[in-house]
Design a protein around this ligand. Structure first.
Ligand SMILES: Nc1ncnc2c1ncn2[C@@H]1O[C@H](COP(=O)(O)OP(=O)(O)OP(=O)(O)O)[C@@H](O)[C@H]1O
Ligand SMILES: [Mg+2]
Length: 341
């Protein structure tokens, strides 16, 4: 049973916008969730819903044309709570946290490695930066880490250049780099997208094993619900910059409440049901963030659309029980509905 003291990081009312001549792009409008200690949280949503921007906001690596405009990112530590949203993104404090307390595995492994240094040198650099140890010790730790992520002949591969490794091995090397400082939180942004399905499964299994071994928390970002069904404890469903449903994986699988979650679930092929049942993809496409629909942003695609309610006001978050939250007018009191804001 997870209690509040088990919270590692808490995101409240997070809003991150990008600014350009075309206008303001509201990538995150109101994101709220928690990551508990030693849990795997799956973060799900279609392309463009703000999953990567959420990760970038936590790491404080939002590209220069964007900014956190509101909200809190509360990192719970033994000696208190630190709001990462308030830190200078180039300051010492966040740099000490990045790669040490929180680290990230990116969608495309080649962006994490420089092509001109060996994989081992780059991991050693991270180890030396955050842990006080000499070169030899750092090299030994790097080899050990490469071994733990299943890199064959780690003593030799430590000197390999990134482009000489296969996609799957590069991904393993990247995970080794992200884990080399034993972070409390690993953010894995679609760690599986660049490799084939068999390797995807192996990498996910590896991450789940490492999570148990190293007692860390993982935020696993993916647009594929099926990918995290087995491994995640809780799920966060995002739609157009807002969290729309959050709760234990099992609850969301068996009792999904938000019509968007229901739609995502019904588009997963189920074992043994192939051929018997048509997949029901969600109709319509994700609208542009420059033209976010009024009210609940999902209403133009929603089979339960209620005119004058869903297109009038953004639904509030409703706690269905202590662990399950949904943002949908179907689950609110009649009294909270009513006219436009
Ligand atoms: N640097 C940027 N400048 C302007 N807009 C950006 C920038 N980075 C992201 N965005 C926009 O923010 C929105 C959210 O993007 P994000 O990358 O978080 O989506 P995502 O959920 O990770 O999607 P995917 O599944 O495709 O990775 C998108 O509309 C995207 O175009
Ligand atoms: Mg992304």
């Amino acid at each position: 049973m997870v209690t509040n003291t088990d919270v590692l990081i808490e995101i409240k009312g997070l809003r991150t916008h990008f600014f350009s001549r075309e206008g303001t792009l509201k990538a995150l409008e109101d994101v709220n969730f928690r990551v508990h200690r030693r849990e795997i949280l799956g973060v799900i949503g279609e392309s463009g819903c703000g999953k990567s921007v959420t990760a970038q906001s936590i790491m404080r690596i939002v590209p220069a044309n964007g900014r956190i405009v509101a909200g809190e990112i509360l990192l719970h530590r033994d000696d208190g709570v630190l709001d990462l949203a308030k830190l200078d993104p180039r300051g010492r404090e966040i740099r000490a946290i990045r790669g040490a307390e929180i680290s990230m595995v990116f969608q495309e492994p080649m962006t994490s490695f420089s092509p001109v240094y060996s994989v081992g040198n780059q991991i050693m650099e991270v180890v030396q930066l955050h842990q006080e140890c000499g070169k030899e010790e750092a090299r030994a730790r790097t080899i050990e880490m490469l071994r733990r992520v299943g890199m064959p002949k780690a003593e030799q591969q430590v000197d390999a250049y990134p482009f000489t490794l296969s996609g799957g091995m590069r991904q393993r090397a990247m995970i080794a780099m992200a884990l080399s400082c034993q972070p409390n939180l690993l953010i894995a942004d679609e760690p599986t997208s660049a490799v084939d399905v068999t390797i995807q499964a192996q990498i996910l299994e590896l991450l789940a094993d490492l999570q148990r071994e190293m007692h860390m928390s993982i935020m696993m970002i993916t647009h594929d619900l099926g990918v995290v069904a087995e491994s995640s404890d809780n799920l966060l469903i995002m739609y157009l910059g807002r969290n729309v449903e959050y709760g234990p994986t099992e609850t969301l699988f068996y009792e999904p409440k938000h019509p968007y979650t229901q739609g995502l679930l019904s588009s997963i092929p189920k074992l043994g049901m192939l051929g018997n049942r048509d997949l029901e993809p969600i109709t319509g496409a994700v609208p542009s963030l420059y033209e976010i629909p009024d009210g609940c942003a999902f209403h133009p695609r929603c089979p339960h659309f209620m005119k004058g309610v869903c297109d009038a006001k953004v639904p509030p978050l409703t706690d269905l029980d202590a662990t399950h939250t949904v943002r949908c007018w179907l689950y609110t009191d009649e009294s909270t509905r009513g006219g436009a804001e």
